[in-house]
Design a protein around this ligand. Structure first.
Ligand SMILES: NC(=O)c1ccc[n+]([C@@H]2O[C@H](COP(=O)([O-])OP(=O)(O)OC[C@H]3O[C@@H](n4cnc5c(N)ncnc54)[C@H](OP(=O)(O)O)[C@@H]3O)[C@@H](O)[C@H]2O)c1
Length: 594
């Protein structure tokens, strides 16, 4: 890697460095100065951009906006002064928002990733950006800015993205897509404390506005250790990056975990909202980007056959399971002290519960979804006896995938006395007319039998059976199982007569598999979510109220666990501790084997 030059002019190397490597001919093209680019954009509409934007901009999904009401005030407050992109108010007359055959394509924009050298960025974010570009869903001038503490230049960064894309992208590699994308890549080296680095970042953003036509529209993705979330948003404010120039937008994307309890989540929300308005903040719960999770709403509210039985009259209980077969891997520093309940129950599992239990929203938009999800979360009731109806546990050594694996406390970086849960099971109630008396059992764990996430809605037995008991010995309860991952789809389980017998009834399954019913494979959750951020579509992002409600549910359970005993144990590769089986047995039920 080459060393970055020091001093305030480091940023000047952005002009053409990555571009030159990706496309040697580009180096020959006369490059324009930043001032010249700004002047041109401030003047008459650039005809080339106009044509391109006319083709690429999906205005129905990103409704045409006039200048933001407070844009003038923001400029006065010291917001970045960037010319309005030519396409800002333009609406493509050939696009109709109701036409779902047309792909949703982001308008002129760029993405800044903080923590771009990290695990998430390499495995998910950078490949997702490429996949979006490859599917033609990004604008031609789309730009990607990386920020981290590395002595890199643009071309070094482009090389890292290239390797991440080659290794992890979902769609095939295409040279021409890569060229177009790599021309808009910039790297800003620096620490989050470093004001000079943020000044460079601002200069990079402004340069991209003029050279790539990003139009002042930038999303800032905080893929950084959570303790840095406040610092980064404060730096964005301090350096005028959080203020959208007139007619454009700025958005913040914040990874999980969002706080570690209610108090810390509130604190963080306060800090974030001092800088960004609530509708500018996109909190990631990547589960909501999964097709199967969105399908919960389609299943329930687009059909007639499920909704009439989706209530306490017919449903006996609901089981929501998120099982991983891996251990903590190299993430000891992150995981220890957090545990399964905070890591996945507070966010993914409670979101799945909310989508399964909520009432029909009045529209499929962010506000209406928030209203209904929030009502469910506020109605969640904890069991009175937390000792009998919650279980936390740690994996002990055992066998997984034919290999002997160590227990949690023997993992590198974990203190022998750690009480962190790698498995959590809780029983929740929902205090409303639809769900009164129906338990929702949630469980999540590492080093379980296999990797699977599913929601099982288990129905009551028929109130009367005309068959004698021997005929129905093998008949279980009817169930609708939504398979979130990995085998995406849905199963309906019901009883059927065994052929050749006078009358014997056994469970059979009817299956819907995404892979069989649709020719197109599902996009990665991060593809969907990054595109939604660029389009300003907040449907699949939990709002601060949901995050806080979820902590309100979990906090008393964590407090109880803190004060009572130690985690139970389960051998790696099994389906969890005996105590969790006993928890359901006390209610006369048992866990499904997914
Ligand atoms: N990894 C996953 O699968 C996953 C899944 C869900 C959510 N998340 C969340 O995503 C976020 C990122 O996770 P990760 O696993 O990618 O973390 P990671 O591998 O530890 O990466 C952290 C990143 O932050 C940068 N960084 C750390 N301190 C910095 C500082 N003082 N100044 C500038 N940059 C700094 C690092 O850059 P340098 O060290 O190169 O400077 C690195 O790029 C976290 O909030 C995590 O909870 C991760």
């Amino acid at each position: 890697m080459s060393s970055a030059c020091s001093g305030p002019f480091r940023g000047t190397r952005w002009y053409g460095s990555a571009r030159a490597r990706a496309d040697p001919a580009a180096a020959e093209r006369p490059s324009i100065s930043r001032d010249e680019a700004v002047r041109r954009l401030e003047g008459e509409v650039n005809e080339v951009d106009k044509g391109v934007d006319a083709e690429m901009t999906d205005k129905p999904a990103e409704p045409a906006r006039g200048p933001a009401p407070d844009a003038a005030a923001q400029s006065a407050k010291g917001g970045v002064h960037v010319p309005v992109a030519p396409a800002a108010g333009w609406v493509n007359p050939l696009r109709d928002p109701r036409d779902r055959r047309l792909p949703r394509i982001a308008g002129p924009s760029g993405l800044v990733i903080f923590g771009v050298t990290g695990d998430l960025s390499r495995k998910k974010l950078m490949p997702a950006v490429y996949d979006l570009a490859n599917r033609g869903l990004l604008p031609p001038g789309f730009s990607l800015v990386g920020f981290a503490r590395r002595d890199w230049e643009d071309q070094d960064f482009a090389q890292v993205v290239y390797e991440a894309v080659k290794e992890h992208a979902r769609t095939p590699f295409r040279e021409e897509v890569w060229h177009q994308l790599s021309e808009g890549m910039r790297f800003v080296p620096g620490d989050f404390d470093d004001d000079t680095a943020f000044k460079q970042l601002r200069a990079a953003v402004e340069e991209l506005d003029s050279s790539r036509g990003t139009g002042g529209n930038f999303a800032f993705y905080l893929s950084v250790p959570p303790r840095f979330f406040p610092k980064v948003v404060q730096q964005l404010k301090k350096h005028g990056l959080a203020n959208a120039p007139r007619g454009s937008w700025r958005r913040a994307v914040i990874e999980k975990p969002f706080g570690h309890d209610l108090a810390s989540a509130r604190r963080l929300n306060r800090i974030v909202h001092e800088v960004f308005d609530p509708e500018q903040v996109f909190r990631i719960d990547h589960y909501l980007g999964k097709e199967t999770v969105q399908n919960i709403l389609a299943l329930r509210f687009a059909n007639t056959m499920f909704e009439p039985i989706w209530n306490r009259s017919f449903v006996d209980h609901v089981q929501i399971t998120m099982a991983e077969d891996i251990g903590i891997g190299g993430r000891a520093g992150y995981y220890d002290g957090i545990g399964a309940a905070r890591d996945v129950v507070q966010n993914h599992l409670l979101q799945l519960l909310a989508l399964t239990a909520m009432e029909e929203p009045i529209a499929f938009d962010a506000e209406a979804l928030l209203t209904e999800k929030l009502k469910v979360l506020k109605s969640v009731r904890l069991p009175e006896d937390l000792g009998s109806h919650t279980v936390r546990a740690q994996y002990a050594e055992g066998w997984q995938g034919g290999e002997r694996v160590v227990g949690y406390v023997q993992e590198e970086g974990i203190a022998p006395g750690s009480r962190t849960d790698t498995y959590a099971a809780v029983k929740l109630g929902i205090g409303n007319r639809r769900w009164a008396g129906v338990p929702f059992y949630l469980r999540a764990g590492k080093r379980l039998g296999r990797r699977v996430t599913e929601i099982a809605v288990v129905f009551k037995r028929a109130p009367h059976s005309p068959f004698d008991s021997t005929a129905t010995e093998e008949l279980g309860e009817n169930a609708v199982v939504i398979r979130v991952q990995p085998d995406e789809g849905m199963t309906v389980r019901f009883g059927s007569k065994v052929p050749g017998t006078s009358m014997e009834i056994r469970d059979v399954s009817m299956d819907f598999a995404y892979g069989e019913s649709f020719t197109e494979s599902s996009p990665e959750a991060y593809e969907r979510l990054i595109l939604d951020v660029l389009l300003g579509d907040a449907n699949l992002f939990p709002r601060h109220q949901e995050v806080e409600e979820s902590w309100r549910i979990l906090d008393p359970i964590e407090a109880y666990w803190d004060e009572h005993g130690r985690p139970a144990q389960y051998p790696a590769g099994t389906w969890g501790p005996r105590e969790a089986d006993e928890m359901l047995a006390r209610d006369g039920r048992s866990w499904r084997r997914p």
